[in-house]
Design a protein around this ligand. Structure first.
Ligand SMILES: CCCCCCCC/C=C\C=C\CC(=O)SCCNC(=O)CCNC(=O)[C@H](O)C(C)(C)COP(=O)(O)OP(=O)(O)OC[C@H]1O[C@@H](n2cnc3c(N)ncnc32)[C@H](O)[C@@H]1OP(=O)(O)O
Length: 719
């Protein structure tokens, strides 16, 4: 839909009307085609302004339409008709001009943006490229290097920056449409040809080939197997080396391949899943639509270890006052120094002043009495956390929300020691907490809708993707991680090396393989948990054989590594050797290879050749299988929740859509068949036994992922 009006006698004003973001649906494209034709034909009209309703120019093509057969006028000729016309057309950009929205603006002869507007070509984040001429017009307008940057990253650019780059002609803090109308009147009669980007040569530096080569190398390194960024470079190369029409032809060919790719489907699924997880629902019937968050103007953080420090920084970055509590002066001073440095670094990046004034560092819990919400981030130890919660319950105001950053302990057990269990909720951040985008909001059985709403909303304020999950050991993310880690250890026993396993997972697209990730997190973390669970250390049942615990297969390998003082990156030795303690450069360590050989010899294991496919199948299908169990148990409300947790918290490659989406892409019958195969080979590994939900889905003909909720054993999630 597009509204047409004639203003000031000679200016046609075309307003895109498709809330909330005026996406270019078939109806909008139809509306634009019709109104532009009318304006160009009307002799009274001398110039045209295109704007969007409700302060938003256009959020781009309607992504929902990509899953259906495309109807309506195509974008390319629609934009070409605007550019080719003989009347000046001005885009009045408020809010956003993204993707097809910016391409539409690039087809206009002039662009005027509001100071708060954002522009960009984010198609690459959807597994596509800007195929309505964006890859050909933008380089002609701003040059190859900046166009490559914007098109391959998809980043949004603020109006002032867009002005500097030459994307827009003017920025205003007045009514953009009024300014554009005045502008449109003034430019009548000026030569239009230089404003028609498709007719202009692409400004190329003499070393353009080197520039493009370097961009390709860099993009391939960053892409971790994603194909769209590579196609984007190829399209920009076409803009640099071919005439416009041939460049357009190349753009269309590349788009046709991307459009049908599984990666594009995965990335578009992620776009909607990211938004869907914000719409949470509890088993009580309360949901995001009927539960209001309470404002949080003063928060508190208990414990200034790695997590507490990151959480403090995240809160301050969002402009929230924080009381930061440590037990001793020494710990407090150390925490204060590190937090201050972190805040200064963050502020420097954004050219801002660090808001150290927002933090009050103290060793007194009494200073928490006026905090609206407290986040406990002490050591992962139940008795200690209970003691903290008891104290919080007595010192905080009666309606303060009491949150725990536990990564897997029972939220109900903590709530039970407080006077207000309904105000207790889990807020599980991921390290580094001021950087990682994921927040698991753990709903205890007594958490009130208001507590959940407040934690979810606070997460959003901190720039996180908040996902509501149920309360069980490890919640969603860490519960699924356990079979993944165990399979990786079993593969080492059977003949693999850490670098073989990591290589396979990194080739799949993970930023880091499982062993490098464990080294980064610190190997002592899991060691302590295993000791507490009686899997290693003095509490092990002496009748258990060395590689069995609690009735199932167990690999003591990670315990042996820790016993040798190898704690990971922090002390320079873990599954790998590092350049220095805290260093990041990992090299394979012959001592680990020797340890593996001796271990196999000791336990009579004949090493065999493990290939990359087996690594991916055993590690990832075991993780996915646990995901199906989590769904069936009602711990996650839907597959999207699990997928967003893995994409934003665990480095799952976004172009593979998350573990549950990936299972659907591989084919559920195949996942089931491989799990059955591995379970038969390893009957003492319960996590390889295919889950009941996976079997039900396969028996029902492997329905699409958006219907899986209909097959769960419980009608409602346990949230
Ligand atoms: C065989 C070969 C065939 C090839 C033919 C292909 C031809 C195609 C040619 C050209 C293609 C052009 C490609 C594009 O333009 S792709 C789209 C590019 N645009 C984007 O990626 C922007 C996406 N949107 C956003 O980034 C944000 O939504 C933003 C616009 C910044 C607004 O953010 P915010 O205010 O935070 O609001 P939400 O993100 O929550 O969005 C509100 C609701 O609007 C829905 N939405 C947003 N954008 C779109 C869109 N482009 N299409 C459809 N729907 C969109 C979003 O899902 C929210 O909906 P809901 O409330 O239901 O969750």
């Amino acid at each position: 839909m597009a509204r047409y009006a004639q203003v000031h006698g000679s200016v046609a004003l075309i307003t895109l009307t498709n809330p909330p973001v005026n996406a270019l649906s078939a109806a909008v494209r139809h509306g634009i085609t019709e109104t532009v034709t009318r304006a160009l034909r009307d002799p009274e009209v001398k110039s045209v302004v295109i704007c969007g309703e409700n302060g938003v120019f256009c959020g781009g093509a309607d992504i929902r339409e990509f899953a259906k057969p495309m109807g309506g006028p195509p974008l390319v000729p629609m934009i070409a008709a605007i550019e080719e016309g003989d009347k000046p057309v001005v885009a009045a950009i408020e809010g956003v001009a993204l993707g097809g929205g910016l391409e539409l603006a690039l087809g206009c002869h002039y662009r005027i943006a509001h100071t708060k507007a954002l522009v960009g070509l984010p198609e690459v984040t959807l597994g596509l490229l800007p195929a309505a001429g964006g890859t050909q017009r933008l380089p002609r307008l701003i040059g190859i290097a900046p166009a490559l940057d914007l098109i391959t990253t998809g980043r949004h650019v603020a109006a002032q920056q867009a002005l500097k780059l030459g994307i827009v002609d003017q920025v205003t803090d007045q009514s953009t449409v009024d300014v554009a109308i005045q502008f449109a009147k003034q430019v009548v009669g000026q030569p239009l040809l230089p404003r028609k980007l498709s007719t202009q040569p692409t400004p190329c530096p003499p070393d353009v080939d080197i520039l493009l080569e370097e961009a390709m190398t860099q993009v391939k390194r960053r892409a971790r197997g994603a194909i769209a960024p590579v196609a984007c470079v190829m399209a920009v190369r076409a803009a640099a080396t071919l005439p416009y029409r041939a460049g357009m032809q190349k753009e269309q060919e590349l788009m046709a391949t991307l459009f049908r790719s599984s990666q594009a489907h995965a990335l578009q699924y992620c776009f909607f899943a990211q938004r869907a997880v914000g719409r949470w629902k509890l088993s009580s019937g309360a949901h995001s639509g009927n539960s209001k968050p309470r404002p949080v103007s003063k928060a508190a953080v208990i414990g200034l270890g790695t997590m507490g420090r990151g959480i403090t920084v995240a809160l301050v970055k969002a402009g929230i006052a924080v009381v930061a509590v440590e037990t001793s002066d020494k710990q407090l001073q150390m925490g204060k120094q590190i937090v201050s440095e972190m805040l200064k670094r963050e502020a420097q990046k954004r050219n801002e002043t660090p808001r150290l004034d927002l933090i009050r560092f103290t060793t007194s819990m009494l200073e928490l009495k006026d905090s609206d919400l407290v986040i406990e981030a002490v050591f992962e130890d139940m008795p200690l956390k209970k003691q903290v919660f008891k104290e919080l319950s007595s010192v905080c105001k009666a309606d303060a929300f009491l949150c725990t950053n536990t990564s897997g302990l029972d939220v109900d057990e903590l709530a039970a020691v407080t006077k207000t269990p309904e105000l207790v909720v889990g807020m599980h951040f991921f390290a580094p907490a001021h950087v990682m985008k994921l927040l698991e909001v753990v709903c205890g059985s007594r958490s009130s809708p208001e507590a959940v709403a407040t934690a979810m909303y606070l997460g959003k304020r901190l720039g996180k993707v908040s996902v509501a999950v149920g309360n069980c050991p490890g919640f969603v993310g860490n519960r699924m991680l356990r079979p993944y880690l165990e399979e990786a250890n079993f593969l080492l026993e059977e003949g693999a090396t850490p670098e073989l396993v990591d290589g396979a997972l990194e080739e799949f697209g993970f930023a880091m393989g499982v062993f490098r990730m464990s080294d980064l997190s610190g190997l002592d973390v899991g060691w302590r948990i295993r000791k507490e669970s009686g899997l290693t250390g003095p509490d092990v049942d002496p009748s258990d054989p060395p590689r069995r615990r609690q009735g199932q297969r167990y690999s003591p390998l990670p315990d042996l590594v820790c016993e040798q003082g190898r704690l990971g990156q922090k002390n320079g030795r873990g599954w790998y050797l590092y350049d220095k303690p805290g260093g990041r450069v990992a090299t394979p360590d012959p001592k680990i290879h020797q340890l593996l050989e001796e271990y196999r010899l000791k336990h009579g294991i004949r090493p065999r050749r493990v290939d990359r496919q087996e690594v991916v199948e055993r590690c990832l299908f075991a993780l996915i299988n646990e995901g199906f169990r989590i769904l069936d148990d009602g711990i996650a409300a839907g597959p999207e929740d699990i997928d967003m947790i893995y994409v934003f918290g665990y480095g799952w490659p976004r172009h593979r859509g998350g573990p549950m989406f990936y299972a659907g892409m591989v084919g559920l019958p195949k996942v089931l068949e491989r799990l059955e195969h591995y379970w038969q080979a390893h009957p003492d590994v319960p996590h390889l036994e295919p889950s009941a939900l996976l079997r039900r889905l396969v028996d029902s003909g492997s329905p699409p992922i958006d219907t899986w909720r209909d097959f769960l054993q419980r009608p409602h999630s346990q949230l």
